[in-house]
Design a protein around this ligand. Structure first.
Ligand code: FE2
Length: 314
């Protein structure tokens, strides 16, 4: 597989989209990762047995596009059981930060390096592919991923099954307002969806070997068809994305103590001052994040009582 990655692009896009539309607009991609040994159910079950519990999130796949996060139906199985029985479990699962495993990190980096080269760069850093992270999704037939947005850019590669991936312009404040963007990033990612949004969406119909590029904070929802699905989000954060994320998190904390803020970009001077303060404080407390219990407590203090929603069954 490594030889293949070094000699042929892992991800391709039609009509020069990798140069023309990247990184501002979504577009369809093709990829060579379907059937890769790291992306099979037995290997994913092994990964689920090794990951820290706070990097695994799962629930019933029978949820609404506009899903209330407080009413998320649970699945009464442990993570390994969910993966092993995904054809019948009626579940949706994400394994987060799979780059913590060296084999998965290599796969993510090799894939992005091939994109960097296709765009005329010699390294991940030159192409601005920094803080590379991977999120692996397994879902039962007919599962729904509710409407949400993500705090990074990603190549969404579909590995097994059939999926409909519907995405909306992140500049369209009639679909998601500034306050909802901040809340989705910091409290719970689910966003309110209205069927009247449907004509504004772009739909990607994905089979194994297909995928799409998902730009930063473009809202989307996903539905699996009649077979179980495996997909992976290959993500990275540019310097600008990290700056915007930090500002959104600090704004959320200030809103939490009764000081609502304008969104990033509306007041550049204030943004600079807020960013300097926030980064000084978060750097100082970083050593505390080594333990799961302390990470849980810090999330609770910074983001409110809902921040650990996905550990309810841990
Ligand atoms: Fe997403």
């Amino acid at each position: 597989m490594t030889a293949l990655i070094e000699t042929a692009p892992v991800i391709t896009a039609a009509n020069g989209a990798l140069r023309r539309d990247f990184p501002l607009k979504p577009f369809a991609i093709r990829h060579k990762l379907a059937g890769h040994p790291l992306l099979t159910l037995p290997r994913i079950a092994q990964l689920a047995s090794e990951l820290p519990r706070d990097l695994i999130e799962y629930n019933s796949g029978k949820v609404a596009i506009s899903q209330d996060p407080d009413a998320m139906p649970r699945v009464d199985l442990n993570p390994v059981e969910v993966v092993r029985s995904i054809e019948t479990a009626g579940a949706w699962m994400v394994l987060k930060r799979v780059e913590n495993s060296p084999e998965y990190r290599r796969l993510l980096e090799d894939t992005l390096l091939s994109v960097a080269r296709a765009r005329g760069f010699n390294s991940l850093r030159d192409a601005d592919f920094e803080q590379v992270e991977g999120f692996l999704f397994v879902s039962s037939p007919n599962s729904t991923t509710p409407f949400h947005l993500d705090s990074e850019d990603n190549f969404f590669v579909h590995i097994h099954g059939e999926k409909l991936f519907t995405i909306f312009d992140n500049a369209d404040r009639a679909v998601v307002c500034d306050e909802e963007i901040e809340r989705s990033m910091t409290k719970h990612r689910n966003l309110k969806y209205d069927e009247r949004f449907a004509p504004r969406g772009t739909e990607f119909h994905l089979f194994a070997g297909d995928g799409c590029y998902v730009p930063y904070q473009w809202p989307h929802w996903v539905r699996a068809a009649n077979s179980y699905s495996i997909s992976m989000a290959i993500t990275w954060k540019t310097r600008e994305v990290r700056r915007l994320n930090d500002l959104h998190f600090f704004n959320s904390m200030l809103r939490g103590i009764g000081l609502p803020q304008k969104p990033p970009g509306a007041q550049p001077m204030r943004d600079t001052l807020k960013l300097a303060f926030y980064r000084t404080v978060t750097t100082a407390i970083r050593p505390l994040r080594a333990s799961l219990a302390m990470r849980r407590a810090l999330r609770r203090i910074a983001l409110g009582k809902r921040a650990n929603y996905y550990l309810k069954d841990a």
